[in-house]
Design a protein around this ligand. Structure first.
Ligand code: ADP
Ligand code: MG
Length: 625
């Protein structure tokens, strides 16, 4: 609209000027009517700019609005009506562009929202046909039908049916996951070719997808250091520009040719050039775009700071169980002692482990269930994180856990300690079952190392990370076996949760920025202590999503090197933008000093630079795995 006015003004100006010179009348000044049109354009473009400039001036915090307003006012005083109008309009356009581009990146996040439909097909019982019900009205425990090809509308558990489900939209996982009754379904995933009936476990307002979107949106408030740097820079830079412009306008003419008109004009050009528009726009756009594209790849980054930090990582500490390994151990051997049978040993262990959520506990309980062993009544249970668990059965106080921790009852038995060493060297995790007097035996479990672990560690090392270490509560021999297989720099074993924290602190002081990667099972303190806490497989564990700085929705380890590269890519785009924006300014400052720049050129360059840095930043949205 405003540009239309300015265009009419310009054409009118040209036509009248042409007519004037043809008739041999009139001078350089545009006629009143065109001036009126330019003023109209200035008012319409300046509608948003001038009040902000006034506010900035009142608070003695000069900003780009103030620079522009002074430039426009000055141009009008010099009678440069057209240039004044052009500066206003183009600057207003640049501001619009800024809000559009940040909005564009935000919408990329919002588009995750479209992943879930607005209604779901609720079924009352088998015979009834499903009815479409808006998601907000669906209650927990409702049964919902998900047809082949449908989006999963809410979080829930499969009641009936089997199907491959594509979770890529939320986890970025490339391979569909098979879902059978009892398995969890997450809103936003796409059903393959089986018909599923699911039982809703969470209201729409609390589904995994809703929470991801909320966290990503909140992430924008935690600003990256570069963003803060640019802001601080602009805070000194802007008044400095005002000062230099004042010098050019009022001192140079006195010292040199006394051509006030010309030097004031040059000072105005400098003000327009001085506008840190492109500089200020580029960083937030890149950061928001980087966070949005990471979210699309199943990596939830909870703030600009944490998008920036992986690029500066020096060391990474991995938890073993559930992170480098699948965390789903299975019982391999049961060696009873002291005259009891295998199933009696398993019964004792499982009855106590039934009170723990540890993966080892799950494996032992599952084994007992498979063998139809009845669990015993167990009381006064105490869980010792990183060590084991104690409980009372009958009048016996039984310990299940790491053989070192469970104490030395029966440790004199040569045969069993040899047995334990053998298991450990073969890569088993060994759990001992004892009470104060008796050694009931050991259970050996095996947990597989993730298939992509070796290649992931290699990739991480090729990214010039100085130290990649493993932290585990498991025994030394078993831990070192894994460490050797993965070519880790160091293995810290037999750690309690608080020891892990100390190792992370030590890595931090030796190398600098350190990330702690865990599955959230008792490594939250170490994750909190690290520069970046990264949670794996966060989709199933709500607390991991909430407490980590970065959550990998899937449990694919290769997201970690991806994250490091993505962070570096983002930072290099930001750097390109900052250098480019500042470079353009420098060139123009030179042009001003030689008196070769016009307001027109200055504002066009600024607008062009803004456009380029925005496009460059938005490239991050396109990043794929
Ligand atoms: P990681 O550091 O590898 O994630 P944890 O810290 O969870 O492992 O556990 C460390 C060790 O403590 C295990 O290898 C096991 O020996 C023992 N442990 C922990 N919890 C239990 C439990 N519930 N039952 C038996 N042993 C346990
Ligand atoms: Mg663990």
């Amino acid at each position: 609209m405003a540009s239309l006015i300015i265009l009419i003004g310009f054409v009118l100006h040209a036509v009248l000027k042409g007519a004037g010179s043809a008739l041999g009348v009139g001078g350089d000044n545009p006629p009143l009517i065109t001036i009126c049109l330019y003023v109209l354009a200035i008012i319409s473009g300046g509608w948003y700019i001038f009040p902000r400039a006034l506010y900035a001036a009142r608070n003695f915090r000069p900003d780009m609005n103030l620079l522009m307003t002074i430039a426009v006012a000055g141009a009008m005083m010099l009678g440069e009506w057209f240039e004044a109008a052009a500066v206003t309009i183009l600057f207003a356009l640049a501001l619009m562009l800024e809000s559009w581009s940040v909005g564009r990146a935000r919408r990329a996040i919002k588009s995750l929202m479209n992943l879930s439909p607005s209604t779901a097909r609720v079924v009352k019982d088998e015979s009834e046909t499903p009815v479409d019900v808006p998601l907000e009205e669906i209650e927990i425990d409702a049964l919902v039908q998900v047809r082949p090809g449908d989006r999963v509308p809410l979080d829930g558990i499969v009641e009936k049916g089997t199907s491959f489900v594509d979770q890529a939209p939320i986890t970025g996982e490339s391979v569909p996951v098979v879902k059978t009754p009892g398995d969890e379904l997450y809103s936003g995933a796409i059903n393959g070719d089986g018909l599923l009936i699911m039982r809703v476990t969470k209201p729409a307002s609390d589904s995994t997808l809703t929470r991801i979107i909320r966290l990503v949106e909140e992430a924008q408030s935690k600003r990256a250091h570069v963003e803060q740097w640019v802001e601080r820079f602009a805070r000194y830079y802007t008044p400095a520009m005002l000062g230099i412009a004042a010098l050019i306008a009022f001192v140079i003419p006195v010292l040199s040719d006394g051509d006030w008109q010309r030097w004031i004009y040059n000072a105005l050009v400098l003000l327009v050039i001085g506008c840190p528009c492109a500089l200020v726009i580029s960083t937030p756009v890149s950061i928001v775009a980087g966070i949005a594209s990471a979210a699309k790849n199943g990596v939830l980054i909870k703030g600009g700071v944490f998008l920036e930090a992986p690029s500066k990582l020096k060391a990474i500490a991995f938890d073993k169980t559930g992170t480098l390994t699948y965390g789903k151990p299975s019982v391999q051997e049961i060696i009873p002692q002291n005259g009891i049978s295998s199933s009696e040993l398993l019964q004792l262990a499982a009855s106590i482990e039934n009170n723990s959520t540890h993966p080892i506990a799950d494996a032992i309980v599952k084994k007992a269930q498979n063998e139809n062993i009845e669990l015993l009544e167990c009381s006064e249970v105490i869980v010792h994180p990183g060590r084991g668990i104690t409980g009372t059965i009958g009048n016996r106080r039984i310990k299940v856990g790491n053989p070192d921790y469970t104490g030395d009852a029966g440790a004199t038995d040569e045969k069993i300690s040899q047995q334990i060493t053998n298991f450990l060297t073969e890569g088993f995790t060994v759990i001992a079952v004892k009470d104060e007097q008796h050694y009931y035996g050991v259970i050996a479990l095996r947990d597989e190392v993730r298939k992509e672990a070796v290649s992931t560690i290699r990739k991480i090392k090729s990214l010039a990370i100085k130290s990649v270490v493993m932290l585990t509560g498991d025994q030394k021999i078993a831990a070192e076996l894994v460490g050797n297989e993965l070519q880790l720099d160091r293995v810290h074993s037999e750690l309690l949760p608080e020891d892990k924290l100390n190792v992370v602190a030590e890595l931090h002081s030796r190398f600098g920025n350190v990330a702690m990667v865990g599955d959230g099972v008792n490594d939250a303190p170490a994750m909190a202590k690290s520069s970046i806490g990264i949670a794996m497989g966060a989709i199933g564990t709500d607390t991991a999503i909430e407490t980590a700085d970065i959550a990998l929705m899937s449990d694919e380890l290769d997201r970690i090197p991806w994250l490091i590269s993505h962070s570096r890519r983002t930072m290099s785009i930001i750097k390109q933008n900052v250098y480019f924006a500042l470079g353009i300014k420098l060139v123009f400052i030179m042009l001003v000093l030689f008196g070769k720049a016009t307001l027109w050129m200055a504002i066009t360059a600024d607008m062009g630079a803004s456009l380029l840095v925005i496009m460059n930043g938005l490239r991050l949205l396109k990043v794929k795995k």
